[in-house]
Design a protein around this ligand. Structure first.
Ligand SMILES: [Zn+2]
Length: 409
């Protein structure tokens, strides 16, 4: 894939495409059309996702209205209560949540939500954006079903500047009024099979959906372009292992596309020997990493391999927060490739994630590295990576997938 094509795809996909939205569907069709352009027929596979339309979301702080976005799927509610800023998770700090609207830093994850709910919080506030930026943006967040477990209290997301002001001013009483209508819609995976000489597959994944403010050039049209480039390449050359390309929908909503694929194709998983996942490559600044959810030997192999081909790469063993994880949880060894940008050069999940942070030249180099690795694996006499998870990765998967509470959660 030449640099002009890479640039053109970033130009043509410079729009927000959240999981389950018509724009996400449009992008799925666009990716399938790109496959058709090099002579391959991809299939669009729908799967159901929860949706919600906010009718009303109002936050007041000591009577003053604060700009906010209501949490999707957090039900309907009308509460007025003292504000409590929760900064640690000791039993004592949590006990003070009772009867309060609780403000927290960062994302509302499962453990934090269950903690505040069980301790009697009646509402919650999160904040994002950057206090030092001129904008006043805030992400449209959702209370994921697996986070709430059906225990709903109303919540809103606000801008960091307002959060700081509320705490600085010592706001005493806040009210949240949240009304919404829930329904379901289809999100989509785009799947392209390039059969090999044997009936065993390497699966390549990259998500193409975005969060609510982001055009997602870096996160993750970059990886989606990487998959297109490799699909085009391997469609023209023979390979021993079959290659299955999956552009996943709704990753940003909790890896829903990869989870849906694994659930719908349980039988096919037995024939998958490896997952190669691309999530955020080709940015101008940053270091290239290979995160292996596999035996340690793949880490060593990738470290040697990158040196052999003269490419800077830091390989390590861990669970990557991306579409690789549902596959790894099925015992399929997985490696996620990414170029991690320093946060003062490119950020994600906000309106600054645009093609401006991308380098077509770096994209081509990153894709070439991944493709070189894939050439080896796809033509291996026998894929050398053990098809089982070592115990340390099983434990990390248990923590990531909420089956076990991490020590620092
Ligand atoms: Zn991503």
């Amino acid at each position: 894939m030449d640099l002009c094509t890479i640039k053109r795809i970033f130009d043509e996909t410079a729009y927000i495409r959240t999981g389950g939205s018509p724009e996400e569907r449009k992008c799925a069709e666009y990716l399938a059309a790109q496959c058709a352009a090099f002579g391959c027929e991809a299939t669009i596979e729908p799967f159901q996702v929860d949706m919600s339309t906010i009718a009303k979301a109002i936050l007041t702080a000591d009577g003053e209205e604060i700009l906010c976005k209501g949490y999707l799927c957090a039900g309907n509610g009308n509460v007025e209560a003292p504000l409590y800023y929760l900064t640690d998770t000791s039993d004592y700090a949590l006990s003070l949540c009772k009867g309060k609207v609780v403000m927290i830093d960062g994302y509302m994850g499962y453990w934090r939500y269950q903690d505040i709910f069980k301790n009697g919080a009646v509402g919650f506030i999160t904040y994002d954006g950057n206090a030092n930026y001129a904008d006043h943006e805030m992400d449209q967040r959702e209370l994921r079903k697996y986070v709430s477990q059906g225990n709903l209290i109303p919540g809103v997301n606000i801008n960091a500047k307002d959060a700081i002001r509320m705490i600085e001013q010592g706001v005493e009483t806040v009210s949240i009024c949240l009304e919404q209508e829930e329904y379901t819609a289809d999100s989509h995976n785009v799947v392209l099979d390039l059969p090999g000489e044997i009936d065993q597959y390497i699966v390549l994944t990259a998500h193409y959906d975005t969060t609510s403010l982001s055009q997602g050039a870096y996160d993750n049209m970059s990886g989606s372009v990487g998959l297109l480039a490799m699909a085009e390449h391997f469609s023209k050359v023979p390979h021993r292992y079959g290659l299955r390309f999956i552009w996943c929908g709704s990753e940003e909503r909790g890896l829903l596309g990869a989870k849906a694929y694994c659930a719908a194709h349980e039988d096919a998983l037995a024939n998958i020997v490896l997952n190669v996942n691309l999530d955020m490559i080709g940015c101008i600044m940053g270091k290239f990493i290979a995160c292996c959810t596999s035996e340690e030997k793949l880490v060593s192999y990738l470290q040697y391999f990158s040196s052999e081909v003269g490419f800077g790469c830091k390989a390590y063993q861990d669970v990557y927060s991306s579409d690789s994880t549902p596959f790894a949880d099925k015992g399929i060894p997985a490696v996620s490739f990414a170029r991690i940008a320093p946060p003062n050069t490119a950020t994600i999940h906000n309106s600054y994630d645009t093609k401006a942070v991308m380098s077509p030249r770096q994209m081509a180099e990153d894709i070439h590295m991944i493709q070189s690795f894939l050439e080896r694996m796809a033509n291996a006499v026998r894929c050398p990576v053990a098809r089982e998870m070592p115990d340390n990765m099983k434990e990390k998967l248990d923590e990531y997938l909420l089956r076990k509470r991490p020590k620092n959660a």
